[in-house]
Design a binder for this molecule. Structure first.
Ligand SMILES: Nc1ncnc2c1ncn2[C@@H]1O[C@H](COP(=O)(O)OP(=O)(O)OP(=O)(O)O)[C@@H](O)[C@H]1O
Ligand SMILES: O=P(O)(O)OC[C@H]1O[C@H](OP(=O)(O)OP(=O)(O)O)[C@H](O)[C@@H]1O
Length: 235
């Protein structure tokens, strides 16, 4: 018989905290098999099976309907899925995995503390250098939407899939947009956050896939929602 497929992060703190969150609600998730095998088991919820996936791939698997439910950061869903609310329903913020997507510039840019200053600096930068000020990020969709909405001009995004805070010292960007939690990476790289450039406050969230085949799963979904203390989702 087919089951509701629940995708959760396969490793690290997101996996552990997800297991704790479900466990506290009477649903035991665990990795089965050897330590390195990505197989999982569910106890305490009928008709639900566990799929262990990279957090970064969970948005795509939800959008494709290959999993019914998935836990990942809200930043990843909003970045990776166009018009995300049409593709997934947010069922529950889970209270961990907090991170802020922000824009930061070098500490030594004394005249740049907010978006208006960045706009002015970008304008000057283009006049002086003949190309647009570069902002390094992996969050292309969210950053582009935010800066456009805020009326900041004369920037370009350059792709950085990791170690983004290092791009400025490496002279491949003038500013960065990345997630921060403790702020230590920004401090260590002599960067400061613009005061009004909080693009997204992310946390781990339980999502449901609108494209998944829910037929035959209605009773199990209602029972799971009740056990987790959630409203029955309208999908
Ligand atoms: N300090 C942090 N550093 C990195 N990610 C964080 C931090 N705090 C919270 N997160 C969240 O964790 C999620 C990313 O998790 P993770 O790095 O495990 O995913 P991933 O990129 O898919 O990993 P991998 O591809 O290595 O499996 C994002 O939603 C991010 O917002
Ligand atoms: O504010 P902090 O607590 O210092 O955390 C923020 C850092 O953590 C993440 O990087 P990650 O470790 O995921 O590596 P990455 O550079 O590969 O993205 C993020 O991209 C920042 O670099």
């Amino acid at each position: 018989m087919s089951t509701i497929k629940l995708g959760v992060p396969s490793k690290g703190r997101l996996m552990e905290k997800t297991f704790e969150w479900f466990g506290a609600r009477g649903v035991t998730l665990r990795r089965s098999g050897s330590e390195r095998e990505y197989a999982g088991a569910v106890e305490g919820a009928e008709g639900v099976s566990l799929v262990l996936l990279s957090a970064g791939e969970i948005p795509r698997e939800l959008a494709a309907g290959r999993i019914h439910l998935g836990v990942t950061g809200s930043d990843l869903v909003q970045e990776k899925l166009a018009d995300w609310e049409s593709q997934v329903a947010s069922l529950a913020p889970m209270g961990f995995g907090h991170a802020d997507l922000i824009i930061a510039v070098p500490d030594c840019w004394a005249d740049v503390d907010c978006l208006e200053d960045l706009d002015a600096a970008a304008h000057q930068f283009r006049a002086a250098h003949g190309f647009r000020l570069r902002i390094a990020t992996k969050y292309h969709r969210l950053v582009r939407e935010f800066l456009t909405q805020q009326g900041v001009a004369d920037w370009q995004l350059v792709d950085s899939q990791g170690a983004t805070e290092g791009t400025i010292a490496n002279l491949t960007a003038e500013a960065i947009a990345d997630i921060t939690s403790s702020g230590e990476t920004l401090r260590a790289n002599h960067l400061k956050i613009l005061s009004d450039a909080l693009i997204h406050q992310s946390q781990a969230t339980l999502f449901a896939a609108r494209a998944a085949d829910w037929s035959g799963h209605e009773t199990h979904l209602a029972a799971l929602a009740q056990q987790l203390g959630l409203d029955a989702p309208a999908l």
